[in-house]
Design a protein around this ligand. Sequence first.
Ligand code: AMP
Length: 966
Amino acid sequence: METPSRELGISRESGKNIPTVINQNFVTLLDTRTVPGELKWAASPAEGGWEEVSIMDEKNIPIRTYQVCNVLEPNQNNWLRTDWIPRSGAQRVYVEVKFTLRDCNSLPGVTGTCKETFNLYYHESNDDRESYIKESSFIKVDTVAADESFTQVDVGDRIMKLNTEVRDVKVTTRKGFYLAFQDVGACIALVSVRVFFKTCPLTIRNLATFPDTVTGADTSSLVEVRGSCVNQSEERDEPKMYCGADGEWLVPIGGCLCTPGYEEKGGACKACSVGFYKAKSSDAGCSKCPPHSHSLRDGATECDCNSGFFRADSDPPSMACTQPPSAPLQLISVVNETSVVLEWAPPRRLGGRSDISYSLECLICQTGSHSHSQLCLPCGSDVLFSPGQTRLKTTRVVVRELRAHTHYTFIVHARNGVSQASGAGPAQSVSVTVTTNQAAPSPVSSIQATDVTRHSLLLLWQQPDRPNGVILEYEVKFYEKDHKERSYRIIRTFSRNVDVTGLNPLTAYVFHVRARTAAGYGEFSAPFEFSTNSDPFPLIGEGVNSAFLLLSVSGVGILLLISAAVFIISRRRSKYSKTRQDSEEEKHLNPGVKIYVDPFTYEDPDQAIHEFAKEIDVSSIHIERVIGMGEFGEVCSGRLRVQGKREIYVAIKSLKAGYSDKQRRDFLSEASIMGQFDHPNIIRLEGVVTRCKPLMIITEYMENGSLDAFLRKHDGQFTVIQLVGMLRGIASGMKYLSDMSYVHRDLAARNILVNSNLVCKVSDFGLSRVLEDDPEAVYTAREATGTYLSPGGKIPIRWTAPEAIAYRKFTTASDVWSYGIVMWEVVSYGERPYWDMNNQDVIKAIEEGYRLPAPMDCPVVLHQLMLDCWERERAERPTFSQILNMLDKLIRNPGTLRRTGGDRPAPTMLESGMASEVCVSVVPEVCVQEWSVCEWLQSIGLERYTDTLAAAGYTSLDSLLALTHQ
Ligand code: AMP
């Protein structure tokens, strides 16, 4: 505290400052213009210092002011303290002071004593009536100077110039605070004091209500607010927004959907009207009831079917109501012995549906019966229907295996999806009655042999499945297998077995059996084979044989499968290597374009390093100081003197002791990559030290360090042209890298280095280590991102294109996305992309189409270029070559940069404090010394300033570089 400790008195009325109405997104805590009567603030000294004076404002309304004007007396220290101001939940308050100030030069004889500033202080307190507050308890906010002072005292003529100054203060520790104004000898009148804080006003976004929210304590802090769904709506995805320090809502994500029966209208959910419905919350809006349905009340989620119409369980609510089909038509039957062919035509009316099917009912009826009512029973399961009995899509069925001489009734039912719901009955069916003919018995289906000896065996079988009458006899036919049917023997029997004798030993015989009824013989059974043996014991070896056969067949099958697989894989392999070869050939087709070589393709990493980097003798390096910390160890600055060349400043990265083989390889890979590049906007490799320890990588020295920190340090100090110049440099470096087919993957302002001429150079190369080394990079997994699964590796989410996050598709186009983020970082002077939102929200917001807004004072064209870089479809993003052309155009026509989305006018180049460095940032590739001021101004379209600069003595670019802020 600069002021000596003194005490201030209490005002008679305290606590009269009650927060007043919300005015847009401001809440006013104090406004002296609206306080009725006297303010009666505490002044110290009570007499001769600040004095309360009533005056008329420009509209002739009386207002209370405080004035002091002790310009002739030295050592003034006049304090004026407001009453207690409750902060009412605010975290950062704004103090707007309107005042007039007398120009000291216009007062004769005041030299040394007259001042043209006053000091603003604050003191946080829970006590709304603090009687004495030590001066030392007040914290200084700022020294306030007038933009305009006045020279004439004649207030009546309104010559006084009113100044308005606003300061903001973080107030978070107590319930309220006091403000104090310290005068140290100025002639000053405080015309009004207004204290307010900002809120993001109550709003509805994506059907979620976000309450009036007080902004955060810091100018860059965001307050995360969860919205609540409006009436008759439900959450689609947690609705969220961020309240920015300026009282603006940012980054809406998630939202709500109107519940079924309701649709969105003007930010609210309104019920569907009569005759309309909405079935699912995700449906776009209410729809008209489908045909044959209606809704009688507002808010219907489904329409009811008109009488006689129905809806199946699986029918969507959007489908028309339908009816069951009418009966099938023209059923005809053709009997063939014990089979019947049934055929019919589809019904006349399908009921508005296409899912018609038929089913067949089969009834067996007593002889003489012509109805299927009492005297009919369902057929047994032995009856065969082809292609089936139910769910038939065809209109023809063959029924087999019926009994001979029997009456059957067949009913064909037509059905569709609503038959069940409608309780459909006989109206949907048609029937026919038939009588089957006489039929021979069906074949015997199973024969066995027992008691096999050298010359005989006992044959046994089952009665046929359908004897179709009384079996009168069986006939057995058999012959030696080798002789085929050239000679056979027949045995007839009444029983179901027969002793077959007179056989040859060790001989295979084939047997067939058939049955005979009054209708004649049925068909012979299939052949059954049995062999006689050489001894009295039965021997049946077929099982073994067939098992062996099965094994052999499956063995051959497996072998065939394996060979087929090997064939397919080898075909695939050769195709893959062909494509790889093709792409390699493709690269070589383009002569003259240098292609980056991945150092990891070298078996021996040392071979790569010596191919691309120069070995430097350690004695030529002079290390001076530590400038940073890298993944592998310290980064130092120093000097390098190579024989025959002038000494240069360098940065030296060294590999800390105790490294593994992998670390050594990764460390040197950066040099192997960097050594392949030669471009003014890519960090230049001077060489490496690998022959002694520690290992070192020597690069050119970049005096201003990394771009993000540099911009934060110089917040607001550059002209737009200078910022565009930096961006041009980065784009030029990136174009070079993309021409060499190198994908950076971690392009961000923190990985750009800046030299003393403001030239920006891309740095931070490497392969596996690229992202390991970046504190912004995080491992992505389904849990971490909510959406994406990216196995292995880390990704700097905020800088990375969605396709690279989702499935690791890193390309030059994903580098372009990152470049857009770098543009935003540059124009916002190193602000963190997406502020303090978490990574998951960032991914969600991008997926929902949100893009970073234009930073303050950002030219519209630049923001449009950023948005182009952030196209979801990577093919639609510009190339680095197009970006470079665009920036060159902007630099040539700076007028196009004038239009900004914000309200603060962009400073012109010559207004800026760092105008001296523009040239090199705009045309970094060109050697500055070789240019004249005139040529340079022409190149950036600012030739109208040539005379101004020449008149001020700036005729060479060297002299311009020496230009300081003053
Ligand atoms: P890096 O390991 O490349 O990320 O370097 C770590 C830090 O060292 C950087 O953030 C810079 O601040 C600093 N640095 C690296 N290289 C240079 C250089 N060529 N010139 C100046 N500073 C550098």
